[in-house]
Design a protein. Sequence first.
Length: 171
Amino acid sequence: MTNEPISTRNLDRDGHAELPWSRPRDLLATDTPGSDLTFFVGTVRPDGRPHSAGVGAIWVDDALYFVGGAGTRRSRNLAANPACSVSVRLRGIDLTMEGSAHRVDDPDTLERIAAVYRSGGWPAVVENGGFNASFMAPSAGPAPWHLYRLTLTRAIGVAGAEPYGATRWDF
């Protein structure tokens, strides 16, 4: 599946050219899960207040995946309202992605994503419709941990290295 933008907008005020979506997309593809990246998932509480949490995320087949324990605020928020944002600092570009995240429980997809997580050093195994492993962040709660897939609606990149620029991509 190809997730290419349907429109772009140059946000740069210093005359730099529009950035191609391939720049952050390719970094996501090559740097996850091997690099030490922290992604921050922003969700909306039932009362409208924001919630943010650091997660380990991976980019597989043109989509971003992340996990959350069933009882975590992140998972409870997503069950009620799938709207969310995910932010990360990549090599030379800060990226914020917006969209909706939905739980993935298809066994074949879970196995495929678990294999990618294992290749990066997290020993995820599929269990009870989610993941289990010998270790996880203390804030994750008990296993199984749900897998979520972000469906992109918008992304914004701000380059901190050449070529500089700032661009919004709408999907």
